[in-house]
Design a protein around this ligand. Sequence first.
Ligand code: AMP
Ligand code: GLY
Length: 421
Amino acid sequence: MKVLIVGSGGREHAIAWSIRKTNSENLQIYVAPGNAGTLPFATNVNIQITQIKELTTFAKENKIDLTIVGSETPLDLGIVDIFRMNNLKIFGPSKKASQIESSKEFAKNIMNKANVPTADSITFDSYEESIKFLSGKTPPFVIKANGLAAGKGVTIATSHEEAAEALDNCLNKQIFGESGKTVLIEEFLEGKELSIFSFTDGYYVSPLVAACDYKRIYDNDLGPNTGGMGGYSPPHTFDSSLNQEINSTIITPTIHQMAENNTPFSGILYGGLILTNQGPKVIEYNCRFGDPEAEILLPLLDSNLFEICQAGAENSLNHSEIRWSTNSSVGIVLTSKGYPNEYETEKIISIGNIKDNCTIFHNGTNIDEENNLISSGGRVLTIVSTNNTIENARKDAYDAIKSVDFIDSHFRTDIAKSTDR
Ligand code: AMP
Ligand code: GLY
């Protein structure tokens, strides 16, 4: 059997790692394009995630049995539809279903039809109208580009001036291109944040798992937003009653509404939630695993990820065993100097011995001509540890960082430190 994983980050390394762990060598793993972390146990294929035609040809010629898509970019380009047209089995949502992430307007429509609690919002494509709407209202204001904006499309404006700048950037200056031609002004929600994940084949919804992530670059949530600086699972608030409430009021109704809408969602649904005084509400949906959430959660998966994704692609997920460990997991991201702005690359990295309950996932690495491991991205490594408690996992993860030699790298020292998030 052969599996192809599409992507080059820590999420795709974690998917490949999880599949390797639970399958024999008879299952050949390909990663396109992969990174230095996938190289030792998988075959890296030199095709980028946007080269859908080349990926299709590769999968056909190499008789790939199953393709798993890591990132939203190829999903939005319609990789699932194109693979299916070519009779290639693939796990992930269709282009239309992935609009749950690529169009915030689409996601709101689905949630409103299904009575799923979400932040109230209004859509604008005129700068003047949007400014008129805000006049007389009290900040903070949440301004969101409607489309994909590489995690940079959301502004929490604490003043009218800041809101006007964000609206001007989207609607007049069009810094996000098409993605920002429409914006949503959303109600600001207060409460703890939670990320929820579920495997689904469009009808069956697997048991939910949750994680907390840390988006700001510096300790105490200071500095600019990043793709994610680390996180942990399970969040302290995520007990079985909250799990059930989120499943019955949010995740399952959303999946059913997607099917009713003739855009059934098969893949991994990622809900970004805020636990408000009136209960959990959705602030966004993503159509794929999170990064670094995949690195944090997949070490807790006790079942066979290849079989789960295969069943998801065949609409038979209800027959699959999807069990999660009751252990805790903590992940810490190491970044290059300068990230999330312009950053350094090609720094040599060396990794010493780490404990068996720790794993180092590669987000942005490469091998140079002298066979050195080098950095090639802003986020470079994610150090993950699982243990019986968050505190023990946290201690092991921070200890494991000491075995990594990577000059000028940066990491947060407060991941999973406080129990109040
Ligand atoms: P996103 O880029 O969609 O992940 O949003 C970035 C961050 O903005 C989220 O992690 C939240 O902390 C915050 N956020 C987004 N929407 C809201 C909202 N309606 N109310 C409060 N905070 C929000
Ligand atoms: N960790 C945030 C994301 O994957 O979108």
